[in-house]
Design a protein around this ligand. Sequence first.
Ligand code: TXA
Ligand code: MG
Length: 316
Amino acid sequence: MPADSGIAEAAAVLRAGGLVAFPTETVYGLGANALDGRAAARIFEAKARPSFDPLITHLADAADLPALVGAVPAGVATLAERFWPGPLTLIVDRPAAIPSIVTSGLDTMAVRVPDEPSARALIAAAGVPVAAPSANRFGQLSPTRAEHVVAGLGDAVDVVLDGGPTRCGIESTIVDARGVQPVVLRLGALPVEALVEAAGPVIVRPGSSGQPVAPGTLAAHYAPRTPLTLGAAEPAPGDGNRLGFLAFRERPADGWAAVEVLSPEGDLTVAAARLFDALHRLDAAGVTEIVAEPVPDVGVGRAINDRLRRAAATWH
Ligand code: TXA
Ligand code: MG
């Protein structure tokens, strides 16, 4: 249903313990009442998500954070004030009101205020914090359109709010700003450069080992169903009629069965917004393999390359 007119009904579904997929500025989220452990459990079930991968709690307004968690560390408050609403997720201590299933048993909680009016209106109307991971099955491509949600999760969701394609196209940047120096746990839509400008030097540690700091940073993740490798925009190899190519700005020489160009004008923000949609289309094009060209490793380009490397790692 449309994101604007469906809000009252969707909020009632959330309050009743149901699942609502909704647009944010980054990707579509699969929301449940974060105060209700049984509702949160349904998220893990619908996504086939391992119980060790904690959820992000979404608030309607930055002013709601102290009410939920009590005292907010200075470093967290600084970044929240500067970047909320927006594609930044911050780590705080888990308040007692949030059941431990939401944080997968961690004594910390990830929280953000999305920069999407309909999402904030939904959370405000529900009157509860909303736990929401990306609205895709675990490990697969993140959804940037309502159609992606329906194709991936189908009947497992009670309501899908359709707000059209999302603006940023990749997930929020996750930062632990409780200590002296902020630590980036996941590269995302808010560029590291913007964090440095606001908070000084940061440590970038998107972990990828067996016990990840932010499990969205598992080495293998964000994967299309079609095998993906990283490569350059060269003419297609002999079997090019079965290969797909994901280009940054220039079309590769002929011979590819399917080609997606992320941004002919070479704009990394545009490329990020189109990334998952392009991968969804290549995945549906019937090619045997997708070759993806890395983008310049600056700004949001770092987060794009991070997604491409993890998608490729799934197949190696
Ligand atoms: O942009 C986004 O962040 C989207 C929209 C819907 O808000 N959500 C999203 O959720 O990307 P998800 O579940 O796909 O990724 C959440 C990430 C996971 O990597 C999880 O490990 C990490 O957040 N996370 C959650 N709680 C954490 C915590 N307490 N400490 C460290 N990482 C945490
Ligand atoms: Mg995800």
